[in-house]
Design a protein around this ligand. Structure first.
Ligand code: SF4
Length: 306
């Protein structure tokens, strides 16, 4: 006689406990990944005043939220100041961010600048407005950072944004170039950081749902979404679905560059290369097919089956 197994549906209490456990794990992961990025790139130092750029999208809400948690645990003291630039796009719900920020207790500043009218006036109908719009926004945010005495400017780009940019540059710009976790701004005056550089977008989506951030839609300006970016995003998601771990491996590759095995003579002196005369186990076996060493020894990576 065979045993009869009855699968009971979880009770509401069990379901609630499961959600609680998963939320706790997600929070720990977000804090760990942000903490790693901060340490690895020395993003935040003692006494820093970090201007956190808030667009009203899920990423900026999550960045501020996790930075506030980090602030309580970090071994260094630093200040946060949230900044939103209200560009006067039609329908922008101006009260949402101030109401939310007031509740979080974080100091904040709303900068009101009607860049929308300028862009509408200067850009011919049907042409993309993003390039002028972002140039204006950048200039304003740099000025605001100066006025607020900010020592760092934090942007909410995450791991998947970085990889998308990397592939867009490769596909359309013929360059191996991503989006750095830390950089000097184009005016040479500011340090810009991306504390979410190691965080996967899907975790930010879940965190935003969990925390019920009051998200402001990003289509208010009426500009078309960047189609190429969307396609590259879909390509990465598809790869990840078919080969779990591939996106993390690609991000790790950005941190493990081997200039001698690329082809850029400005980063490796191919012209001046001479034989050393000394055999090395780790040397290049140029005649053999390449071996792909499993990256399991590196944190956060899985073995890749090619
Ligand atoms: S999508 Fe709209 S708000 Fe964003 S950069 Fe383009 S024009 Fe500006």
């Amino acid at each position: 006689m065979s045993a009869l197994w009855i699968d009971h549906d979880p009770t509401p209490l069990q379901r609630e406990q499961k959600i609680e456990r998963e939320t706790h794990k997600l929070e720990k992961r977000l804090c760990r990944l942000m903490g790693q990025a901060i340490v690895e790139y020395n993003m935040i130092e003692e006494g820093d005043r970090v201007m956190v750029c808030m667009s009203g999208g899920k990423d900026s809400y999550a960045m501020l939220d996790i930075l506030q948690k980090m602030q309580q645990r970090a071994p260094v003291n630093f200040e946060l100041i949230a900044v939103n630039l209200d560009q006067k796009q039609p329908g922008f719900p101006a009260h949402i961010l101030p109401d939310y920020l007031a509740k979080t207790g974080v100091p904040f500043h709303i900068e009101n600048q009607d860049t929308y009218s300028i862009v509408k006036d200067k850009v011919a109908p049907g042409k993309t407005m993003c390039s002028l719009c972002s140039r204006l926004r950048r200039g304003i945010l740099y000025r605001v950072a100066d006025e607020l005495g900010a020592t760092k400017i934090a942007l909410g780009h995450h791991r998947d944004d970085i990889l998308q940019t990397f592939f867009l540059n490769m596909f359309f710009g013929g360059k191996l170039k991503g989006m750095p976790p830390k950089l000097v701004s184009d005016d040479g005056k500011h340090i810009v950081i991306r504390p979410l550089a190691r965080v996967a977008e899907k975790d930010l989506v879940r965190w935003a749902e969990q925390r019920q951030f009051p998200i402001i839609p990003c289509t208010l300006c009426g500009s078309q979404d960047n189609l190429q970016r969307k396609q590259v995003g879909a390509m990465l998601r598809d790869w990840e679905r078919k080969h779990p771990g591939r996106v993390e491996s690609m991000f790790s590759a950005l941190q493990n560059v081997v200039p001698s095995h690329l082809a850029d003579g400005t980063h490796y002196d191919f012209k001046g290369l001479t034989a050393t005369g000394v055999a090395s186990e780790d040397g290049d076996k140029a005649f053999d097919p390449p071996e792909f060493v499993a990256a399991a020894s590196r944190p956060g990576l899985q073995v890749i089956q090619i």
